[in-house]
Design a protein around this ligand. Structure first.
Ligand SMILES: [Cu+2]
Length: 360
């Protein structure tokens, strides 16, 4: 015979589940929407709390009435039959009108928040163009001729206006502490803006399932002081220095082994570059456009912000990108061109890593 769990074990299990759920609410979590760091996220959070508490009050009232009726009107003996009623106009009007009022209220607040957050208040926001790719984010700064990937530098306390475009499938751009999700739709331009009110690294993540490596499609928004941001801009605009020694060997390997087909070095990527690479991708001639590597050595993370930039990780990446990021579009490098001459030897890899790290 099956034994039902006792009341005590039920209590213990629910307590444990409660603890686990509460731990998940730790507000120091880097991707928590409950820890807004700017005006957009804060307004959205405020709306969330209003709707949450309205729903909690309705929930509590309905539960109270339900539990009261279950106890008050429980069946007391076998032939106990409650008073049979049919229809109650007053009650029906109440439970139709109250939700209508609630929904209209929530609707008004939602639409007002949408309009209030539609455009940045500043007339001179920092403009960033984000291109979503399977499975990494590209960030271009059109006013400064900079193209980078996975890391978006912004100055603190300045509005940032983000133009969102996709080169392949649906994605969604999401930096939980700065602003809610905005879908990135192929063939369409979407926009979002935010402002960081404190310096720091804000974690972002693609929030729309976009294929195999969707879970490994992260990025970072790095908010720094205005002078630090200007230093970053200056450094990103420097031309690439001529590589020396092992790095110079790496630069020739980079050309010889076809890395240059997908990766630009020495300047920003133009829309023409992006378009021709994507056209080749859709024609099945190549494995899509890879991140611009002009100042790769100055970045902290790579491959969708899942790996730290260092010698060991880069060697492993070039040896076996598939092992580090399953499904990624660089893995089939050798396969795509079907040419054993493109395979990398150990000394190729050492030279390439020296070259990549020299690209500061
Ligand atoms: Cu995705």
């Amino acid at each position: 015979m099956v034994r039902l769990p006792s009341f005590r074990s039920c209590c213990i299990v629910s307590l444990l589940i409660g603890v686990v759920l509460l731990v998940a609410c730790n507000s120091s979590s880097p991707q928590s929407t409950f820890d807004a760091a700017g005006p957009v996220a804060r307004e959205q959070l405020r709306l969330f709390w209003v709707i949450f508490w309205a729903a909690m009050i309705v929930f509590a009232l309905v539960m109270a009435v339900l539990i009261y009726s279950m106890i008050r009107f429980r069946r007391r003996s076998v032939d106990d039959l409650p008073k049979q009623v049919h229809g109650n106009t007053a009650l029906e009007v109440v439970w139709t009108v109250v939700p209508i009022i609630l929904l209209i209220g929530i609707g008004i607040m939602t639409v007002r928040t949408l309009f209030a957050l539609d455009t940045p208040p500043s007339s001179d926001p920092l403009r960033v163009e984000v291109w979503a790719h399977q499975w990494w984010f590209e960030a271009a700064y059109p006013d400064y001729s900079i193209t980078t990937a996975n890391e978006i530098y912004i100055p603190v306390d300045r509005d940032v206006s983000v133009k969102l475009q996709s080169t392949d499938v649906l994605h969604s751009f999401w930096v939980p502490k700065l602003a809610g999700k905005t879908d990135v739709v192929p063939g369409r331009v979407n926009k979002q803006w935010f402002r960081a009110e404190e310096e720091g690294v804000f974690y972002g993540q693609c929030a729309e399932f976009c294929g195999t490596a969707h879970a490994l499609m992260k990025f970072r928004v790095i908010a720094v002081s205005e002078p630090e941001f200007n230093l970053w801009l200056d450094q990103q605009r420097l031309p690439v220095m001529a590589p020396t020694d092992l790095a110079a060997t790496g630069a020739s390997v980079f050309n010889a082994k076809g890395c240059i087909v997908c990766h630009s070095v020495g300047g920003p990527d133009s829309n023409e570059i992006r378009e021709s690479r994507n056209a080749a991708f859709f024609a099945g001639q190549m494995v899509s456009h890879g991140p611009n590597l002009t100042h790769f050595g100055s970045r902290d993370v790579f491959a969708g912000a899942i790996l730290e930039v260092n010698e060991e990780n880069l060697k492993n990446w070039l040896k076996d990108p598939e092992g580090l990021k399953p499904g990624n579009r660089m893995s089939s490098l050798a396969g795509a061109f079907n040419d054993p001459a493109l395979e990398l030897t150990k000394s190729d890899i050492d030279a390439l890593v020296a070259y990549l790290l020299s690209l500061e």
